[in-house]
Design a protein. Structure first.
Length: 276
């Protein structure tokens, strides 16, 4: 019965957690992108993106803020809801904004909003060992969780800017231990941002759950970028890990399809997009 429900009016079943786990097991790279509205969501879905994130990066690329800190739960619910209307195949993840998950009860209430009102299939939260109790609480209530390690943009004022994380051996060891504890607490995916290649590889090999990277090297289970970055919409300086896929393409759909293909054949990220 459930298989029939999944396949109704769809050429193929939508991506789910089991799909992502199978992709890791079979070493098929997972192609991920952000989206913030229904039109772009439909476009990235048509390009066969596996996972779509409604990221709090919308605070910078949509709202014009300098950081993600001002983004609210209401903002994410709104954008997640409209993105969900554009998706047919991709797995939808929604960010939990700054200070929306400081306590387990608060985290659960906001995660429920993101899933019921926003249509998300998973929530993403930043933090290491300090979020173990929150992840356990969400997992206990069957809320799928993506744990975000490495550079944590919501902590930009604490860490003093957008910097590569895990270059020192003790930092890398601590990150690995945090990733393992988060997995044991119930995290279904781990996202690594701005870490050296070797750290991305180490954590990916150690975990049973899929590891998605943004500036985490070529050896993670999947890649994610901000949609506006790959389409050359973002103004000003972009991070080292960004590649402009629009430059050699005649349309946004062609550019997104080129990105997905590059992730799948592992030509992205190239050495110039990585950290050591």
């Amino acid at each position: 019965m459930y298989t029939q429900l999944e396949q109704r009016s769809m050429p193929e079943p939508p991506v789910n957690i089991s799909t992502l786990r199978k992709m890791k097991a079979e070493r098929e790279p997972i192609a991920c992108l952000t989206a913030y509205d229904a039109s772009y969501a439909a476009l990235v879905d048509a390009a066969r993106t596996d996972l779509v994130l409604v990221g709090d990066s919308l605070g910078m690329v949509i709202q014009g803020h300098d950081t993600t800190v001002p983004v609210t739960v209401d903002d994410i619910v709104y954008h997640s809801r409209i993105v969900s209307r554009g998706l047919r195949r991709a797995f939808l993840v929604a960010d939990m904004p700054f200070m929306s998950y400081s306590k387990p009860g608060q985290a659960l209430d906001n995660a429920v909003r993101l899933m019921q009102d926003g249509g998300a299939m998973m929530v993403k939260l930043e933090g290491g060992d300090g979020q173990i109790e929150v992840v356990e609480h969400l997992a206990r209530h069957d809320i799928p969780v993506c744990a975000h390690l490495g550079l944590k943009p919501q902590s930009v004022h604490k860490i003093g800017g957008f910097k590569v994380q895990g270059r020192e051996p003790d930092q890398a060891d601590e990150m690995l231990e945090s990733a393992e504890r988060l997995q044991n607490a119930g995290a279904d995916i781990v996202l690594l941002e701005c870490v050296p290649n070797e750290v991305g590889k180490l954590i990916t090999e150690a975990l049973a759950v899929p590891v998605i990277g943004i500036g985490a090297g070529p050896d993670v289970d999947g890649q994610i970028l901000v949609l506006y970055d790959i389409l050359d919409i973002t103004q000003g300086r972009t991070p080292r890990f960004v590649r402009n896929f629009q430059a050699d393409c005649s349309s946004p759909l062609e550019a997104v399809s080129s990105y997905v293909h590059a992730v799948k054949d592992r030509s992205y990220p190239a050495p110039e997009h990585c950290f050591s």
